[in-house]
Write a protein that binds this ligand. Structure first.
Ligand code: AMP
Length: 288
């Protein structure tokens, strides 16, 4: 596996792979890789002859007071893991390589869907995400890009960007990989103390309670929302939101139908965690 830091090196590697007829896949990440990221790389590997992984802690998607500076970083470890999962290239640019002018002079701004859910507490976050993903699409020109359901709103907005800007890339969304006790894997889980790690189980447990209610015939969104909130509150985690939304429009639902998404964000100590589930199965079937 090649490790490169410049756009020019990525373009040369992609051109060489294309010249031998390979389909190009991209897996964008912020690094500190875990099994969730690696499942995306393996999934990309199944669909393409050449797989690039990007590793960039994108300053543009972090707000003031968020964890940009302390976000975990370990390039040597990430390189070993990415190579083991079948990546051909790891692109780890510095901020100046991605944003040579400092703040970008052009950005991709979602017109709708970015104020809901995570956007409420993180204004500008999805502008940062879409801008960097659009740039990565420009740098890699991938045939397919793989994202995780864990960041459901992000995947949905990237889907909108690709359709809205007619970008020639297929999107693939992979199921959330979880710890044995249900906690969705996240690079931020390492911030948790052992006690908080136990508390953090409440997110997936609360979502499971919501799914169970739906399976038992409950279709009133408010009833499910309040049960999910109660479970989170019982565990002593600070709820940021519990929302039941249409997977395609991200609009809140009053009546639940199959394919509805229950999304949560909560703080465990100072660590902000997110998770979601699709009714009824939990994973999959996101209409991107
Ligand atoms: P991040 O490094 O957190 O920006 O995530 C990079 C990609 O990995 C995104 O598409 C995420 O949705 C995906 N991802 C993160 N955690 C998981 C997980 N537990 N399971 C599956 N995909 C994940």
């Amino acid at each position: 596996m090649q490790i490169v830091h410049t756009k020019a090196e990525v373009r040369a590697a992609v051109a060489a792979a294309r010249a031998r007829g390979a389909r190009i896949a991209l897996v964008p990440t912020m690094g500190y890789l875990h099994e969730g990221h690696l499942s995306l790389v393996r999934r990309a590997r199944e669909q393409a002859g050449w797989v690039g992984v990007s590793l960039f802690v994108n300053p543009l998607q972090f707000g003031p007071g968020e964890d940009l500076e302390r976000y975990p970083r370990d390039l040597a470890r990430d390189a070993e893991l990415a190579a083991g999962a079948g990546a051909d290239l790891l692109f780890a640019p510095g901020a100046a390589e991605m944003y040579p002018d400092g703040a970008p002079r052009v950005a991709v701004v979602p017109e709708q869907g970015a104020e809901a859910l995570c956007g409420r507490a993180r204004p500008g976050h999805f502008r940062g995400v879409l801008t960097v993903v659009a740039k990565l699409f420009g740098i890699f020109s991938p045939d397919v890009a793989v994202f995780g359901q864990k960041d459901f709103q992000q995947a949905a907005l990237i889907g909108r960007m690709v359709r809205g800007l007619d970008l020639p890339v297929a999107l693939d969304v992979a199921p959330t990989v979880r710890e044995p006790d249900g906690l969705a894997m996240s690079s931020r889980n390492r911030y948790l103390t052992p006690e908080q790690r136990v508390q953090a189980r409440a997110l997936s447990q609360a979502l499971a309670r919501g799914r169970a209610l739906f399976a038992a015939g409950e279709t009133d969104a408010e009833a499910v929302r309040s049960a999910v909130r109660t479970r989170l509150a019982e565990a002593g985690v600070e709820v940021e939101y519990v929302e039941l939304v249409d997977a395609a429009t991200l609009e809140p639902l009053r009546r639940l139908v199959p394919g509805a998404v229950c999304a949560v964000a909560a703080r465990v100590g100072t660590t902000r965690l997110i998770d979601n589930t699709v009714f009824p199965a939990g994973e999959g079937a996101l209409p991107l």
